[in-house]
Design a protein around this ligand. Structure first.
Ligand code: N01
Length: 535
């Protein structure tokens, strides 16, 4: 029977990005029937949709891949330190071909609802083409950042030019040549896109609400010798990544930034700045917990902005003041340098907010800007957004939205499961390390844990697994306590829902570290799935 005729599966997985692809492979290898539904026309998830100019990953490519298969690790060769979107998409296509994944993926199909039927112990899953299937296990691999945030500016419908969101970029690309372009947003997407668009556009106006800390990426093609050594050394690297804080084989600084002499600290920051990448973040052990330690890095980056940006007023506008690292740290290629170009202007929309999109462009409190193209680099309704877009109902018809009170009281067990939603699993769900880690490492850990759990249920003839309410409350409380012990909760960011007007605030990521988290999950499994009710 072809999978399109089959209507009952052991597992249905949503999404064919890094998560869904590996979940499919893992369960299929264990002998389960699996169907994946993917809204896009092909595999890739985030890397299928995010085709904006300059889109690349800020994890080093040799570390941003699957590690479960030595064959894949040895066969694939990354070209540069920070891979561009097309290269990552090629990689994911290579994996999909290698593992023959597409035969169990339905593309251009969006899951609209998933309802649990207690009597049958099945999830009934509705697809946007009107069809319905059922499955014993329902697994979400929807990504943490796949629900685009398009702010509701008055008048967008009147705009005569073209407009695009970075996360839904046209496949054929956008020709900026000679055009008057505006971009709203200076997060990771905006900071990557701005230098590239500036090179092509006639004129670029950047509408910035919050200035950002960014460090140079210093991207470069890989030396074949380095790749050879990495391939020989992968097993050691993998162990380091799995048991690390952030999913990278990096040992964070063990000292306080305040216990070393200023010259020594400055020297280290300079080294990290020259090396490029995210190393500043882990220079010392108290950057994200002590305001004074944090200020040492924040001040260092501000001094760099001052050195690079020639116009003093522009440099002033670019100075961030929030705690460094409490919004996602950014790495860039020529970001601050771009503001020295004569065809680039920076507008502070915190001072003079955007009032309206007009037929000819955009109007702030004190000016109107004529634009041919407007780019929204305005981010995502993160973590809960992609899940709450789907009508998910558990026992007694209670929806995930009701359970989480629309996000006011998001609570999960381990970021994997929800009390009241038996046999449902979330890959990198809210309250797991997810976006504050090297994603493929966290994805593999979740996929393997979920896959092992489902095999355990089969071997022990257990029909349902469901998070226990008390264990869930405890996990959520623990997550909040860890977050509250840091500076992360002192900043308005998408990590706590502050970027979406009306979204309830709550820190949605587990900050206890990838290695610790793995240990906690392993212990839960070893103790017969402690904190879960098995029936
Ligand atoms: O989105 P963001 P992103 N009026 O939310 C502004 C991952 N990622 O797509 O800061 C005016 O960070 C908003 O301003 P403010 C990564 O995890 C990774 O850039 O809220 N401005 C901000 O400047 C990242 O963190 C990679 O005041 C408005 C910007 O839009 C996450 O995705 C690359 C506004 C949004 O920044 C999201 O990044 C890309 C409004 N109404 C993304 N609403 C890499 O791996 C929002 N803004 C490199």
């Amino acid at each position: 029977m072809s999978s399109s005729e089959q209507t009952s599966f052991d597992a249905v997985v949503i999404g064919a990005g890094f998560s869904g692809m590996y979940m499919l492979h893992h369960l299929r290898e264990a002998g389960f029937s699996v169907q994946v539904y993917e809204a896009g026309a092909d595999v890739g998830g985030t890397w299928y949709w995010n085709r904006y100019p300059g889109a690349r990953c800020d994890s080093e490519s040799i570390l941003y891949n699957y590690t479960f298969s030595d064959e894949i690790l040895q066969e694939w060769t990354w070209e540069s330190r920070y891979p561009e979107q097309p290269e990552i998409l090629r990689y994911l296509n290579f994996v999909a071909d290698k593992l023959d994944l597409r035969r169990d993926i339905e593309f251009n199909k969006r899951v609209t609802s998933a309802h649990y039927d207690e009597k049958r112990n099945k999830w009934d899953i509705q697809i946007n083409d009107g069809s319905t299937v059922d499955a014993k296990y329902f697994i979400t691999g929807v990504g943490c950042l796949s629900a685009a945030n398009l702010p509701k500016f008055k008048g967008l419908e009147n705009f005569q030019g073209e407009w695009y969101h970075t996360g839904q970029w046209p496949h054929e690309g956008v020709d900026f040549t000679g055009k008057r372009v505006g971009i709203i947003g200076t997060g990771s997407s905006g900071v990557q896109a701005i230098p590239v668009i500036a090179e092509q556009a006639g004129h670029l106006t950047v509408f910035q609400r919050t200035p950002q800390y960014s460090a140079p990426a210093r991207n470069h093609p890989y030396d074949p010798e380095y790749i050879k050594k990495t391939k020989e050394n992968y097993s050691k690297l993998i162990q380091q990544m799995k048991h690390s804080t952030g999913g990278y084989p990096v040992i964070p600084g063990e000292k306080s930034a305040l216990e070393v002499p200023p010259e020594e600290r400055e020297k280290l920051y300079e080294e990290h700045w020259e090396k490029g990448g995210l190393f500043l973040f882990s220079s010392y052990n108290d950057i994200t917990v002590n305001p004074d330690a944090n200020e040492t890095v924040a001040g260092f980056i501000r001094s760099k902005i001052q050195q690079v940006v020639k116009n003093l007023d522009v440099a002033e506008k670019l100075m961030p003041s929030y705690y460094y690292g409490t919004k996602r740290p950014i790495i860039d290629t020529n970001y601050y340098e771009t503001y020295n170009r004569s065809n680039v202007d920076l507008v502070d929309v915190k001072k003079s907010p955007i009032e309206e999109i007009t037929a000819r462009g955009l109007r702030t409190g004190d000016n109107e800007y004529e634009l041919d193209i407007l780019v929204f680099a305005t981010g995502y309704d993160g973590m809960t957004g992609p899940l709450l877009k789907i009508d998910i109902c558990g026992k007694e018809g209670i929806s995930l939205k009701e359970k989480w009170d629309g996000g006011a009281s998001t609570r999960t067990y381990l970021g994997i499961a929800n009390a009241g939603f038996p046999n449902m699993f979330m890959i990198t769900g809210p309250e797991s390390p997810s976006v504050l880690s090297n994603m493929p490492v966290s994805i593999e850990q979740h996929v393997e844990w979920i896959g092992d759990c489902i095999q355990y249920l089969r071997e022990n003839e257990i029909e349902t697994i469901e998070a226990d309410e008390a264990a869930e409350q405890q996990w959520s409380k623990h997550c909040r306590e860890v977050a509250d012990s840091t500076l992360f909760t002192k900043t308005e960011s998408w990590y706590n829902g502050a970027n979406i007007p009306g979204k309830p605030r709550g820190f949605q990521i587990y900050l206890g570290g990838v290695g610790n988290y793995r240990q906690i999950c392993d212990d839960v499994a070893q103790k017969g799935y402690e904190g879960f009710i098995l029936k």
